[in-house]
Design a protein around this ligand. Structure first.
Ligand code: ZN
Length: 263
């Protein structure tokens, strides 16, 4: 089987539109704008074969019509959200099979950022590596804002993602890593793996290299939103926020609110 390439095409200020290709055909995830994707596909000589959408926000779906440009290409997306041009409506447990590039995904419901948000999990690429496209649910060292869902929903969604195999490559939709790391260090100043990741990510961004994909194992070690149950994280939150933290959901809720006002 041919190797697959997973390419983050930059869009807007800090979005990545992920493109997966076998060298001829390409699947595009969350094209918020068409121009950078069209230019990239043209440069590589790749042909669009499918579009995957994770949620309805304009910076993820705004380029669909222009990218399609009348082509009969399947457009997959969440059953629970009103999105134009969808041809396949997906919910938790559904499977997506694409012929070229040869790709199989299982669908996870991951509400919280939006109420119908889904993620696409590929159990193994031709090298055996798993991948997930998680839109604005999980970020490197962070998570999406709760525009439509509750903290309880988001925590369950992050738990579902954190339960994927550790080697899973996580294809997030924004380059938020450095600012997320600053907040993560406020939550967990003594986490050595996080300190090392700050140094590495700073060096990557100085050269304008994406910090993504990350992996599930790495996120379990450094992402405070996956570590709300950790006693040291809870102690740190208690000290800094002067709040009682009786359980993991409270820790997560306070952490997400703190992040919203963190500068
Ligand atoms: Zn969004």
């Amino acid at each position: 089987m041919n190797a697959l390439e997973y390419v983050p095409v930059p869009a807007f200020e800090d979005n990545y539109i992920w493109v997966v290709s076998d060298g001829q055909h390409a699947v595009v995830v969350d094209p918020g704008e068409a121009a950078p994707v069209k230019a990239y596909l043209a440069k590589r000589g790749w042909r669009l074969s499918a579009i995957l959408l994770t949620h309805h926000h304009q910076d993820h779906v705004g380029g669909v019509a222009d990218l399609l440009n009348g082509q009969a290409v399947p457009v997959y997306g969440p059953a629970g959200e009103a999105i134009e041009h969808l041809t396949q409506r997906l919910k938790n447990g559904d499977h997506v099979t694409i012929a070229a590039p040869a790709l199989e995904f299982s669908v996870l419901d991951v509400p919280g950022h939006t109420s119908g948000h889904i993620a696409y999990f590929q159990a193994a690429d031709p090298h055996g590596t798993p991948h997930v496209f998680c839109g604005d649910t999980l970020f490197a060292c962070g998570c999406g804002r709760l525009f439509e869902g509750t903290p309880k929903q988001m925590l369950a969604s992050l738990d579902a993602l954190a339960a994927l195999p550790g080697a899973t490559e996580v294809h997030c939709a924004h380059e938020y890593t450095l600012s997320n790391i600053r907040f993560a260090l406020a939550c967990e100043p003594d986490n050595a793996e996080l300190q090392a990741w700050r140094d590495k990510a700073t060096e990557l961004r100085a050269r304008h290299v994406p910090t993504l994909p990350t992996t599930i194992a790495h996120e379990r070690a450094v992402n405070p939103f996956l570590r709300a149950g950790d006693p040291s994280v809870q102690t740190s939150l208690r000290d800094q926020l002067h709040e009682k933290i009786p359980d993991r959901l409270t820790a997560f809720t306070l952490m997400r609110e703190w992040k919203n006002r963190f500068r």
